[in-house]
Design a protein around this ligand. Structure first.
Ligand code: GLU
Length: 432
């Protein structure tokens, strides 16, 4: 699991709306378009009663928010998190709309969640939650309506249980209902790697813009879940060195940073990590890692910071502690930087690769998965990753060119392109 202690200090939806309002103003969007785009088009909040292993009943809270579907069926992951809120899901749904637009895939934005902690649930209980989530929403989601996917603390196994329930309810095989399925069960090769690799494709392009060789750079990473691992893997393949990784400690309910100045060994760290991304402190110490507090990762004197955990991690409070040497912040997580922190980074001239661009590899590969599922013909991994690179790189170039031309912060440039595309689709459909 990737997490930290401060994720609820901010209301993510307010952050998402203020980011939108600022760009809407710059784009001089009309009042109706603003009203439509600053709130979700549809939202569902429901109870999921399930039977626990000990025979008792428990009720979990589930959500699905569809922010906008003017460009195509809405798309986005489902998070399992004990601190999940409807407002967080709203923010994440809005960010999905912009994300799909920036990589120019024919999908809108949605997000789902369940308030639960998989650390404390058996596999069977998790299966019941997955099936219960689908039972509550089965008529409002689907291959041509709204397509879920994995996200924080959900896996391909969860997706398969959800698909199975959906197909049982509808009495037909509908592999396009959900993405992030296991390979061999309708999943796409490369989907697991896609988000992390996509982060590194965008770092590679940013380094080109800055005229720096990857092999001359050092990075520090927050999180050790799926996104972080594959970002580290590809970044190291490009010759970069990772010296610090922060991960959540479930027992102590806090996060720690693991520092090795000579560079972390990914395989070694993975061998002492639980299935939620928690690194074993004692074993890490034995392996020569220095243990720092949760924010330790962002105080490192590195070139690149990769926040790949949760939202609201780099804040106005801790941003001044970021080393002056940091040149790039690549947002593997959704919404890791608050507007106050953004200001600090902008003033310092840090090259921020915003979430909607940096971590768009996941949803882009989900789109490829849908295409393959619909054809019932699956591509080789190289083909998937090659197509992913093309999509990510062209999105990056469009954003960085606009940023350069109009002297915009990368986030503002990305939002400008994404929001214009969605606003245009709403206009073309005659909605506004
Ligand atoms: N959960 C991922 C994201 O936030 C992927 C969503 C998807 O594949 O639909 O982008």
């Amino acid at each position: 699991m990737t997490n930290t202690t401060k994720s609820k200090a901010f209301n993510a939806f307010e952050v998402a709306q203020s980011q939108f309002d600022e760009v809407a103003e710059q784009l001089a969007l009309d009042a109706t378009t603003r009203e439509l785009l600053r709130t979700p088009i549809r939202e569902y909040s429901f109870s999921i009663p399930i039977r626990m292993d000990d025979g008792t009943r428990q009720v979990f809270r589930g959500f699905r928010v569809q922010h906008n579907d003017a460009r195509g069926p809405s798309k986005g992951g489902i998070r399992f998190h004990p601190m999940e809120t409807l407002d967080t899901v709203r923010a994440l749904a809005m960010w999905m709309t912009w994300k799909c637009a920036i990589v120019d895939i024919p999908l809108g934005g949605a997000k789902g969640g369940v308030i639960c902690d998989p650390h404390n649930l058996s596999q069977f209980e998790q299966e019941q939650i997955c099936r219960g989530w689908v039972r509550q929403i089965a008529r409002n989601v689907g291959p041509v309506l709204d397509i879920p996917a994995p996200d924080v603390m959900t896996t391909s196994q969860h997706m398969l249980w959800m698909l199975d329930e959906y197909e049982m309810i509808h009495g037909s095989k509908q592999p396009g209902f959900i993405t992030g399925k296991p390979v061999g069960m309708g999943g796409s090769l490369g989907r697991t790697e896609a988000t992390g690799y996509g982060v590194v494709f965008s770092i590679r392009e940013a380094l080109k813009d800055l005229g720096i060789r990857a092999s001359d750079t050092v990075a520090s990473v927050q999180g050790f879940g799926n996104v972080a691992r594959y970002a580290i893997e590809l970044y190291q393949q490009l010759g970069g060195k990772v010296t610090c990784v922060a991960s959540w400690n479930q027992q102590e309910q806090t996060s720690y940073s693991f520092l090795k100045k000579t560079g972390i060994d990914l395989k070694e760290l993975l061998s002492i990590t639980d299935r939620f991304g928690g690194i074993d402190k004692a074993k890490a110490q034995d392996a020569g890692y220095e243990i720092l507090d949760g924010d330790g990762w962002l105080k490192q004197d590195v070139d690149i910071l990769i926040p790949a955990a949760l939202e609201n991690q780099i804040t106005g409070d801790n941003a001044p502690e970021i080393s002056k040497g940091v040149k790039i912040v690549a947002e593997g997580a959704n919404g890791p930087t608050t507007p106050a922190a953004d200001q600090v980074l902008e003033e310092r001239g840090v090259f921020v690769i915003p979430d909607l661009l940096a971590n768009a590899g996941g949803v882009t590969c989900s789109y490829f998965e849908q295409v393959q599922s619909n054809m019932n013909y699956f591509w080789e991994k190289d083909e998937v990753l090659g197509k992913l690179d093309v999509k990510m790189t062209s999105a990056f170039i469009a954003v960085s060119e606009l940023a350069r031309k109009r002297k915009l912060f990368m986030r503002d440039a990305a939002y400008t392109i994404a929001i214009s595309r969605v606003a245009q689709a709403c206009k073309d459909r005659g909605w506004v």
